[in-house]
Design a protein around this ligand. Structure first.
Ligand code: G16
Length: 542
């Protein structure tokens, strides 16, 4: 039986950088989930009888929302839902399933790298038929719909058994519970030289992969240990837990500190890596050296040809605006296109679909390619492994040779979390107001060349996205960028991105914060961060 249920709108269902993210108790309010899912369906056209993919990162509330989504998909007229066994699908795996089986779209349940649990974060995002995050015009439509929604449709049927692979019928719709790993592992085998990586492990190459009790555990065990022969124990924290074991599944130097410490110790294996809550981010650490996400993008692009999937070369590279310019230098050398987009993977979709870019990356630990339409944590790890197997050199040597050839982009991000929203907005509008007075000004011995609020003209569909971050460029290619995070669930997070280019190899060994000290001081002088936030120092430095 299908019911139409009367409801009242909520006023806080605006999708952020990557879908709707809120605390679990917010999602548990009456009809909160139903309102959002119905608003998504109401914003789509032509899905009757077609397939929908559903899966999540296994966090607290995942299974409950999947049952609701299944009943609503049936009531709204989808012909079939493909759902990951146990409700599990990593974000890149979901993107692959949508593309491979030509589904109409997908609902991915995740709050990415944010913590999970009864009082932590949950999220719902919609991915379109190309496998990528909903573009802005669709999320705008969804948000508009959430503000006026007055009813939703839901079918009555018992909970679907999510733990048994197979095909069932529910509410007149087909439900296919699929192995979440198999299609993804097959895709990875088609891109990388598994034989060479297997031989490297057989020769004694060692690795530590931290799955952070999040969704990549089963994927990493299957691919790294079973298919590539890495010794058992290579993958750590591999059981996905609803609260990620109480940890913050964010693969950065703060939350993956144990891995970082191991990689800097005398017992370090050859290679260290980690992924986040939903499997789209990555952390790469060589023995004794952390590779920043911006550098990793540049190095992967420069060496991509060593992997069979990219042997024909790259069509172009894309990076988000706050990501360092290291990849730009690779693109220039390769003679291929380079695109600078706003923060958010959704902005890469058009470039990938149009065949203008092959590899994309962001400073926020996301790297990926045109194999799916999401960033992909394990993909980045496997491309590194493929490069290491082909070059037979340690990570450190590859990084240092890269800097010697292209120069080094010193880079760091300073986050001020939990800032009062009003204060954060005032800081940004204050910066906007003084943009035109900055060029030519000397700050801490540095001359400002240009200052603007980044605006993006999409070269494919000509859409414009404005107010995407304040950029202050100094002479010599250094810069400071200020923007507010679009993924937090409480208060505001101010991000300050600091970058300095150094061509002289004799100056490539400076400690990062030291190398950036004058720019850090200039950022404070320009924005008055301490005064505005009441914080003496950033909460996270990456
Ligand atoms: C999401 C997007 C990323 C983006 C990041 C930025 O990441 O998918 O493309 O770079 O947000 O976050 P913020 O707005 O906080 O700087 P994820 O991994 O949370 O989905």
């Amino acid at each position: 039986m299908i019911r139409t249920v009367a409801t009242k709108p909520y006023d806080d269902q605006k999708p952020g950088t990557s879908g709707l993210r809120k605390k679990v108790p917010v999602f548990q309010q009456q009809n909160y989930v139903e309102n959002f899912i119905q608003s998504v369906f109401d914003s789509l056209e032509g899905f009757e009888g077609k397939s929908l993919v559903i899966g999540g990162d296994g966090r607290y509330f995942n299974r409950e929302v999947i049952q609701i989504a299944l009943r609503m998909a049936a009531a709204n007229g989808f012909g079939k839902v493909m759902v990951g066994q146990g409700g599990i699908l990593s974000t890149p795996a979901a993107s692959n399933i949508i593309r491979k089986y030509q589904a109409f779209g997908g609902l991915v349940l995740s709050a990415s790298h944010n913590p999970g649990g009864p009082h932590e974060d949950f999220g719902i995002k919609y991915n379109a038929g190309n496998g990528g995050p909903a573009p802005e015009k669709l999320t705008d439509r969804i948000y508009a719909r959430t503000k006026v929604i007055d009813s939703y449709r839901i079918a009555d049927f018992a909970d679907v058994d999510l733990d048994t692979v197979g095909t069932f019928s529910a509410g007149g719709m087909t439900v296919e519970v699929i192995d979440p790993v198999a299609d993804y592992a097959e895709l990875m085998e088609s891109l990388f030289d598994f034989a060479a990586i297997r031989a490297m492990f057989a020769d004694g190459f060692t690795m530590a992969f931290d799955a952070m009790h999040a969704v990549t555990g089963p994927y990493a065990v299957e691919i790294l240990e079973k298919r590539l022969g890495a010794p058992m124990g290579t993958v750590r924290n591999f059981v996905p837990l609803p609260d990620f074991g109480g940890h913050h599944p964010d693969p950065n130097l703060v939350h993956a500190k144990e891995l970082y410490d191991l990689m800097m110790s005398p017992e370090a294996p050859d290679f260290g890596a980690a992924s986040d809550g939903d499997g789209d981010r990555n952390l790469i650490i060589g023995r004794g050296i952390f590779v920043t996400p911006s550098d990793s993008l540049a190095m992967l692009a420069a060496n991509a040809k060593l992997a069979p999937g990219y042997a024909g070369g790259l069509k172009g590279i894309a990076r988000s605006m706050p990501t360092s310019g290291a990849a730009d230098r690779v693109a220039a050398k390769l003679g291929i296109g380079m695109y600078e987009t706003p923060t958010g993977w959704k902005f890469f979709g058009n470039l990938l679909d149009a065949g203008m870019a092959t590899i994309c990356g962001e400073e926020s630990a996301g790297t990926g390619s045109d194999h799916v339409r999401e960033k992909d944590g394990l993909w980045a790890v496997l491309l590194w492994l493929n490069i290491l197997a082909a070059r037979k050199e340690p990570v450190k040597a590859i990084v240092e040779k890269h800097w010697a050839e292209y120069g080094r982009n010193y880079y760091s991000r300073h986050d001020y979390e939990g800032v009062e929203t009003e204060a954060a907005n005032r800081l940004i509008s204050g910066l906007r107001a003084k943009l035109s007075s900055l060029p030519g000004k000397r700050v801490r011995g540095l001359t400002v060349e240009t200052a603007d609020d980044f605006s993006y003209l999409d070269p494919v569909d000509q859409s414009v996205s404005s107010s995407q971050g304040i950029r202050v460029l100094f002479e010599g290619g250094s810069r400071v960028v200020f923007r507010l995070s679009g993924t937090g669930t409480s208060g505001a997070t101010l991000r300050v991105y600091i970058e300095r280019y150094e061509s002289d190899p004799a100056r490539h060994g400076i400690e990062t914060q030291e190398a950036l000290a004058d720019l850090i001081a200039a950022a404070e002088e320009i924005a008055g961060i301490r005064g505005a936030t009441g914080m003496a120092a950033p909460t996270v430095i990456t």
